[in-house]
Write a protein of this length. Structure first.
Length: 675
């Protein structure tokens, strides 16, 4: 017989004179007490379990460092990065591709290593968090590695935009600052050409994102990455499902609030793009001489005349330029650039060759096509076939940057052409994009992602620091100028409003030495020429590394705009270029961007995080131009509480950390403040 939980041994009951009737009366009562006790005990047990379930925190620490740590949030299935000791959440990462409803239990498969946390969702994915060596003092970094356990698992991590402004990543057609208001469907994180794919990503991108909370996200370069942007919600990093189970790896760094610059002499010279007659070499020469005479007549004779790729190709094919087969003594017949002096010449090349061009046909006859151009590997002993793509409306092959022979041939050709034409600068277009992905063909490992752009940039850097490239990927340390994408000739974010967000985006990613699009925009809009747009664009370009023009001021505007152009060029040369040279030294030693957002001086003021129409040059000059059509006033945020700012137009002094409401700025003025 079982003893009830509350029954006592009979030996402990005192002896007494009990009548039989009383014993019979109390037996049912004793049974009832026993049942009641069981019920109470059961209720208490259920209550304790329920209390524990209700009171248990939805967040659980999984890895802690000194400055912060990682937590798992059970309800949303998300990773949290939290700063200590304040306990402020600086990043929320929603997890996709794994059963988020199943939270990781307290057990840790890496329990023997205090610097790691491991957990596996059986048959889905494995998570490994680790403390990593920081890249800089006062910084703490966490490695995040998601490994799919089945090929059909697509990993997706989404970084919340709630209470965080995000910067970096990829450039887009209508550039925004921050990227919270940008929108893009999931697509390969590969540099692209907006003229081919306006909805794609642009020519400059880095696997680096910076949050206003002091967190950075750096994705490993060998991860096949997709990126999506959902306006004001989140941005997502994805790895596609496939036969190979590829991990998603990135580095989270929490911070408290080697490099070589290109030829900075480039900054001193405005660029005048040639869009004259281009039917023949003779017409191009006459057009260049005519443009040079007009510039000299208007006292704008110091600068660079820039030839596009078509004009460069025409001159290269003409008898005036020695080809590879011409003897050395024939080089005297090359075109003489002295008639355009003191203007310098810039030429444009690309890594593409039309399949109908003599250059490509010669490589076929010489049996060099397989090594000189990107090709598909043969099957079962067949011949390699060049990967064909379109470039400026023509079917083309693309230079094979993995071949030393192809690179040596291409660079030698560029040097000969530069010397023959007497060019000071060489611009290389078409560095962006992945020709294999465009054809839905898996690229070889050495050309995955943006490795083509990276390899081409490294090769072009050997031509010297007067080289310009149209794209950048892990190449900000190279002595190259980067040519920005063309913008529309209008007031939208694809036009004038996109200039400053693009400047901040490029500079934050390390590309401080860029050539902006031409004043007024290069892509024609439906509206006729707008002198006001030209002037406001000119005022912004004055404070950028290089001033570029496609339409001379005497063709679009009145005489006063021509005079204003001369003044802006002089101000750029005397005031802006010395600042860029000064802060390039800071970039070399500390890595700080030259062109900085307002939050650089006000890192804790949320107002500064979304300002996209102002920028700083270093810490001492604030430029706040007009970007709205018809306006002659604007609100101006002066960053840096405790600093004093002086208006260079009026000499008035204002406190930092304040907003100047309805500040006047006539069409001939641009508000500029010095600290």
């Amino acid at each position: 017989d079982r003893t009830m939980p509350l029954a006592r041994p009979t030996g402990q009951i005192p002896d007494a004179a009990w009548t039989l009737g009383f014993r019979e009366m109390t037996e049912p009562w004793k049974g009832a007490v026993g049942c009641l006790g069981v019920a109470v005990f059961f209720a208490m047990t259920i209550g304790i379990i329920s209390w524990q379930a209700l009171e248990q925190s939805p967040e659980e620490w999984v890895l802690r460092g000194r400055a912060g740590g990682m937590l798992w949030e059970r309800r949303r299935g998300a990773l949290l990065l939290r700063a200590l000791p304040a306990g402020r959440t600086v990043a929320v990462i929603a997890v996709g591709g794994v059963p988020a409803a199943e939270p990781p239990p307290p057990r840790d498969r890496c329990w023997h290593d205090g610097g790691q946390f491991c957990y596996a969702w059986e048959e889905d994915a494995e998570l490994r968090l680790s403390l990593e060596p920081p890249p800089a003092p006062a910084t703490e970094c966490y490695g995040v590695r998601w490994t799919p356990l089945r090929p059909d698992v697509m990993l997706k991590n989404c970084f919340s935009m709630a209470n965080v402004s995000w910067y970096g990543g990829a450039s887009i057609r209508a550039q925004r600052w921050p990227l919270n208001s940008a929108e893009s469907h999931a697509q390969p994180f590969v540099s692209g050409d907006f003229s081919k794919n306006p909805a794609g990503y642009g020519p400059v991108l880095e696997r680096y994102f910076l949050g206003s909370t002091g967190v950075t996200v750096t994705v490993a370069p060998d991860v096949p990455l997709f990126l999506s942007l959902e306006s004001n919600r989140h941005f997502c990093l994805e790895t596609p499902a496939g036969r190979a189970a590829v991990p998603l790896r990135y580095l989270l760094c929490l911070s408290p609030d080697v490099r070589i610059p290109p030829a900075l002499s480039t900054c001193r010279s405005p660029i005048w793009r040639y869009y004259g007659p281009a039917g023949s070499a003779a017409k191009i020469k006459r057009g260049l001489r005519s443009l040079a005479k007009r510039l000299k007549r208007h006292r704008l004779q110091e600068g660079v005349l820039a030839l596009g790729e078509r004009c460069t190709a025409i001159l290269a094919a003409a008898d005036h330029v020695p080809s590879e087969r011409r003897k050395r003594h024939d080089s005297a017949r090359a075109w003489d650039p002295s008639p355009i002096k003191p203007l310098q010449l810039s030429i444009t090349l690309s890594p593409y060759a039309s399949i109908a061009s003599p250059l490509f046909l010669r490589s076929l006859r010489g049996g060099e096509a397989a090594s000189y151009w990107l090709s598909l590997q043969p099957r079962l002993g067949g011949c390699s076939v060049p990967v064909l793509t379109t470039w400026k409306g023509r079917l083309c092959a693309r230079l094979n940057v993995t071949s030393e022979a192809a690179l040596s041939w291409y660079l030698a050709r560029a040097r000969r052409l530069r010397q023959a034409l007497g060019a000071t600068y060489v611009v290389f277009e078409g560095a962006e994009g992945n020709a294999f992905l465009e054809q839905a063909v898996p690229p070889p490992a050495e050309l995955a992602g943006d490795r083509y752009t990276e390899a081409l940039a490294a090769a072009l850097a050997t031509l010297g620091n007067a080289t310009v490239i149209s794209a950048g990927a892990r190449s900000s340390h190279l002595p190259l100028f980067v040519q920005m994408s063309p913008l529309r000739a209008d007031w939208s974010h694809a036009g004038l409003k996109g200039v400053i967000p693009s400047v901040l985006h490029y500079s934050l990613l390390g590309y401080n030495f860029f050539i902006p699009d031409a004043v007024g925009g290069s892509l024609a809009s439906d509206a006729p020429g707008d002198p006001e747009l030209y002037v406001r664009w000119l005022q912004i370009a004055t404070f950028l590394p290089v001033m570029a023009f496609s339409t001379p001021p005497w063709l679009c505007c009145d005489a006063w705009v021509l005079n204003l152009t001369r003044q802006c060029i002089q101000r750029h040369r005397d005031f802006v270029v010395p600042l860029i040279i000064k802060y390039s030294e800071e970039w070399l030693s500390l890595g700080y961007p030259i062109f900085r957002p307002a939050w650089w001086l006000s890192p804790t003021d949320p107002t500064a995080f979304t300002i996209e129409d102002e920028f700083l040059i270093g810490d001492e000059v604030l430029v706040a131009p007009i970007t709205e059509k018809g306006q002659t006033w604007r609100d101006i945020y002066l960053p840096g509480e405790g600093h004093l700012w002086m208006d260079t137009n009026t000499a008035r002094v204002f406190d930092g950390g304040t907003i100047l409401r309805n500040y006047s700025a006539s069409l001939a003025e641009v508000p500029v403040f010095v600290k």
